[in-house]
Design a protein around this ligand. Structure first.
Ligand code: NAP
Ligand code: ZN
Length: 347
């Protein structure tokens, strides 16, 4: 027995999205069935749909920023009840046995986590959140705290945790000078979270066009990277830089902005390689790192943190029929600051 639900899929790389139906399996004892209300559009959905990261299996139903309501629970479920407000992020399973899974870092599962879309679970390819319902093991389901609306919560499940995790890991907080490069979906959450953590926050954006927004999100300073003076003025300034840019940047210029023992963390995932000259790292004992989403426990912690500080994403809610247009606007850096699909428009 299975359930057939409406969804939006792209049939081939760069082909327009089409309304379709997909099948959701019956619940295993530990599964919950979620009625999806909102699904965020992450730039990773676009990289995947356009085959910028290598080959993709089509048809593709993306979506890993899922917020909805539990409508059914399996016989063994203990964490959730029908009616609970819940979210699903980038993964729906992992091996649960390796040292990384045991440490709560399931995103780094040594056998590979199972992606919410584009993965394989129980022999079946996974379909993501651009759909009306999803079935997920309760261990990989997050509770959305009271006080965060579902539409602004959806992007926290990827954009929120992808910034929260490195900001916590590298100690963003009072007395730390933190820069966020790129103020799109990830970047704007980085500004809000770094500010709430108590760090001094600088945005490095291509232009000053979003300066007022950045300041409203909590930025103390805002600079244009199109202006060469920015790199001279800020040389050696930062303890931590989080690079959220989806395209390759001249890393030597950004590394030059780090002070002693400073770290630049790449969360942006361009398809092209990034170049790093050794002499951009050696002076000032600089580090260049990467970070991928966050574990389930830390994602729940991030949601509680956002509720406590009144943080949610800045969103533009769209009908499902407008996914292609939204993709083009994200690629053009014309997103303010996350597109979220109203799943009710799939009916
Ligand atoms: P997004 O909304 O498109 O934001 C990216 C921002 O980067 C843009 O808004 C723009 O900001 C800046 N930018 C874009 N093109 C640029 C260019 N050519 N030169 C300089 N700056 C440019 O994308 P997103 O959803 O935040 O995702 C960002 C990246 O993170 C993507 O590559 C995505 O795949 C990746 N990602 C990684 C993880 C992870 O776990 N590591 C998780 C989710 C997403 P300004 O207009 O302010 O300059
Ligand atoms: Zn994402």
């Amino acid at each position: 027995m299975t359930t057939t639900v409406n969804a939006y899929a792209t049939p081939a790389a760069k082909a327009p999205f089409e309304k379709t139906t997909i099948v959701r399996c019956d619940l295993k004892p530990s599964d919950v069935l979620i009625d999806i209300r909102f699904a965020g559009i992450c730039h990773s959905d676009i990289h995947t749909a356009r085959e910028e990261w290598g080959s993709t299996t089509f048809p593709l139903v993306p979506g890993h920023e899922i917020a909805g309501v539990v409508s059914e629970v399996g016989s063994g479920v203990t964490k959730y009840q029908v009616g609970d407000r819940v979210g699903v992020g980038c993964m729906v399973d992992s091996c649960r046995e390796c040292e990384n899974c045991k440490a709560g870092e399931e995103q780094y599962c040594l056998r590979g986590n199972v992606g919410t879309y584009g993965g394989v679970l129980d022999g079946t390819p996974t379909d993501g959140g651009y759909s009306e319902k999803i079935v997920v093991d309760e261990k990989y389901v997050l509770g959305i705290p009271e006080g965060i609306e579902l539409d602004v919560a959806a992007p926290l499940l990827c954009a929120g945790i992808t910034l929260y995790s490195p900001l916590r890991h590298w100690g963003a907080g009072p007395g730390k000078n933190v820069a966020i490069v790129g103020m799109g979906g990830l970047g704007h959450m980085g500004v809000k979270i770094a500010h709430a953590l108590g760090a001094e926050v600088t945005v490095l954006s291509q232009s000053l066009s979003k300066k007022e927004d950045g300041e409203r999100f909590g930025a103390d300073h805002y600079y244009a990277t199109s202006d060469d003076a920015t790199f001279e003025q800020l040389a050696g300034t930062f303890d931590l830089i989080v690079n959220t840019v989806s395209a390759p940047l001249p890393m030597d210029r950004y590394l030059g902005l780090l002070g002693l023992d400073g770290t630049i963390v790449n969360v942006g995932a361009p398809s092209e390689p990034l170049e790093v000259p050794a002499f951009a790292l050696i002076p000032m004992r600089r580090s260049w790192a990467g970070s991928m989403i966050g574990g389930i426990r830390e994602t729940q912690e991030m949601l509680e943190f956002c509720a406590e500080h009144g943080l949610g994403a800045e969103i533009e809610v769209i009908d499902a029929s407008r996914i292609d247009e939204a993709y083009d606007r994200v690629v053009d850096s014309d997103v303010r600051y996350r597109f979220v699909i109203d799943v009710a428009t799939m009916a």
